[in-house]
Design a protein around this ligand. Structure first.
Ligand code: MSS
Length: 371
């Protein structure tokens, strides 16, 4: 086997398109900005990867139908196989899958003195728009007699093996999201029309549309309707909005809903003067994206971008385009999206200690030279 250094794809992702990706580590692989494309759906070969801990053995996706999931916090708790789940309902949803730390580099670039934000320096490519098919969690809960009393959260547990001697609470990928998502959550076995690969969480993944990457638990092995949030470290102190230099704690907001965001994907390099198609992607997290403004002068003046179809629903991103006529010179291309609730991307979001949820429009500017 080849060494898993920071330049080659790890074994579980060998089938990916290496030319389209930036390998930060064997657990953090980013899509190159120009590879995000303009066809809305991100092909699996180009989709970013983020694993917090080592994935389970590949054997678990060899017999996906037999994968077992335990359901708790319902009136009739039960363990069901994927084959059984497939008889209970079917839905398909397009969502933006985006790492909570996407854009962290832009926060890191602003740090002064002894300020420090650790974590992968993602720019824009820890994100994609993908189609998931699976059973609505609501259908499973209804089949199992309904939610238990006092259920306030949906808690999903990842199927990673915790090495002996280590505290599971420190390592388990277990995430709780408010029960208000019960009608949105899908337990998916298919991504972009194919069984979900190990890299992306097969045989079964808990998809929480509109929510940040971390909440979309891969190889989900337990789904529980719980009265309280899990006290796993990854929920208790990680993925919290806290000040730089401070530690995360349960009092701080959890990284749940994604804020409105957009960025330009083309052109990225100098082009010939004349007519140019500026293109990019925009999304609103839980809300549909309603509009996008595009600027060629770093935000001094703005023009409306046009969304191109089809509309894949409120959790998907939309591709926008703005044809412009550019004379030779230097330009700073930026985009600024607005969601259906009127939320607008800020010029720069406030710093936070985890480098989470960056949605500023200034930092991802494309500086180009037109000749
Ligand atoms: N799940 C599990 N189980 N494990 C891990 O590690 N991670 C996270 C999610 N889920 C995990 C899970 C994260 S963190 C993210 S982003 C995501 O996932 C990713 O996905 P992909 O498929 O792309 O790889 Mo940040 O927020």
């Amino acid at each position: 086997a080849r060494a898993q250094d920071a330049t080659s794809l790890p074994d579980y992702a060998k089938w990916k398109d290496a030319d389209a990706l930036i390998v930060h580590s064997d657990k953090t692989i980013e899509t190159k900005r120009g590879e995000i494309g303009t066809s809305i759906i991100t092909p699996k070969e180009k989709l970013y990867i983020r694993n917090n801990v080592n994935a389970p053995p590949a054997a678990i996706v060899a017999n996906p139908e037999d994968w077992q999931v335990e359901f708790k916090g319902v009136r009739e708790p039960k363990t069901l196989t994927v084959a059984e789940l497939k008889t209970m309902g079917l839905a398909t949803v397009a969502t933006v899958l985006q790492c909570s730390g996407n854009g962290r580099k832009y926060f890191q670039d602003r740090l002064t003195g002894d300020q420090k934000i650790s974590g992968t320096p993602w720019t824009v490519g820890a994100a994609g728009c993908v189609l998931w098919s699976g059973v609505p969690l609501r259908a499973v809960v209804d089949t199992l007699g309904g939610a238990g009393d006092g259920a306030k959260f949906v808690t999903g547990t990842g199927g990673e093996e915790i090495p002996a001697g280590l505290d599971p609470k420190d390592l388990v990928v277990e995430r709780s999201v408010p029960i208000s998502n019960l009608d949105n959550v899908i337990l998916a076995w298919e991504m972009n029309g194919k069984p979900i690969s190990l890299a992306h969480g097969g045989p079964l993944r808990m998809i929480v549309p509109g929510y940040s990457g971390i909440n979309n638990v891969k190889y989900v092995k337990t789904v529980a309707l719980t009265e309280v949030e899990t006290d796993a470290k990854i929920q208790r102190s990680s993925y919290r909005m806290h000040a730089v230099g401070e530690k995360g704690a349960p009092e701080q907001p959890s990284i749940w809903e994604q804020p409105v965001k957009s960025w330009i994907t083309a052109p990225l390099e100098g082009a010939k003067s004349g007519r140019i198609q500026i293109a990019g992607v925009a999304f609103g997290g839980m809300n549909a994206v309603a509009g996008v403004d595009v600027s060629t002068d770093g935000g001094q003046t703005w023009q409306k971008g046009e969304f191109i179809g089809p509309d894949l629903g409120r959790f998907a991103w939309k591709v926008f385009v703005l044809p412009v006529e550019l004379a030779p010179g230097t330009y700073s291309l930026v985009s600024r999206a607005t969601d259906s609730e009127g939320n607008v991307q800020p010029e720069e979001p406030e710093l936070n200690g985890g480098g989470y949820s960056h949605n500023g429009w200034r930092a991802p500017a494309v500086e180009i030279n037109i000749v």
